[in-house]
Design a protein around this ligand. Sequence first.
Ligand code: F0G
Length: 408
Amino acid sequence: MSSQVNRTSKNKGWKIVCINCGKEAKTELPDSKCKYCGDLLEVSISGKVGRKALFDGRGPGIWRFVAGLPFQSGTAPVSLGEGGTPLVRLENIRKGLRLDNLYAKNDGQNPTGSFKDRGMTVAVTRAKALGAKALICASTGNTAASLAAYGAKAGVKTVVVVPKSGVASGKLGQAFSYGARVFGVGGSFDDALRLVLDLVKSDDGFYLMNSLNPFRIEGQKVAAFEIYEQLGAVPDFVVLPVGNAGNISAIWKGFKELRANGITSSYPKMIGVQAEGAAPLAAAFASGRGLVPLKDPHTVASAIKIGNPVSWKKALRAIEESGGRALTVSDDEIMRAKGELSSQEGLLVEAASAAPFAALRKLKLSGNSKVICVATGNGLKDLADHRADMAIETVDNARSIIASLGHG
Ligand code: F0G
């Protein structure tokens, strides 16, 4: 069939291997799983990539680090200028938290407003090289928006499957604007992903763009390279929200590669934060007995309302190897942290992205630790929870009230 994706390729300098049995995948399966044992795959970059090769690269954002990426030479990257986001010192909220070195990696400044663009540029570039004609993902919103944009840029059809209620309207608006076909299913993200995985297994024309796809993880790992460069050091802690559990695995992979290449000599502790009503990974970490999927996840942080995170094994490995932990925060704590970030730091994030900041109060880190919270998504996509605060003051004597505000 001419619409099939050519999943077999000869790669130079890297291979795809299973995280469990270690066998190489010479052919990518449609669901991005190992054909021998069914576990998750990851890219393994062979040989050493030295400091100069990695950090002296040219090009914007992610593609500056091409020496550390699985890249098919001769392929033009499908790029919208992703990566290279600011590391912002949080001067104001750090005082109340008694942290001297608190930073936000503001990934909401990526082209479609979330960290997903980091992985999408690499995975869509890969998809194009394989001749994929249709790209598909399940999503709580941000992956959908990102896939739709990169698909548009690549000139490849995109299909996104989302929970039919609860997805932020800004994210849906993006997916529609970029030209994706958008389908809603009953239930949660987990139901949407089940449908997508079923589909890709039975129709070989689709290329899977969820973070099961190891090329997504490769783009996302670059955040670690950037954090190290911007901070001028390896941080002590990287704190981030966990949903489907791809990003924590990706950033850990980036720090591991920096050390394996002799560029750094230490690791950060990886801290995964989940919302109380959607915390299967935190429960697995606490019990030490593997993941028990949660049937009916609920939280105000719709981006991480996930009960059965596919990359949980990679995420637990990241947390355990690094000596980190997983913990939960309540919806109230999330919304409070979100408000503090916007009103005290000028940083408008979506609810999911406020979770790591909310966790800081519980973590009780020592005051001189270098702490990075990843601000994963832009708050402009999801302003619904601000509706109550947005009542414009319409009073007859507006002029005199405004004038009085100017005097302190
Ligand atoms: N923060 C935001 C803003 C997200 O959109 C997501 C995931 C996460 C954190 C969690 O990252 O899944 O790698 O652990 N959003 C996915 C989506 C599920 O479909 O947009 P993760």
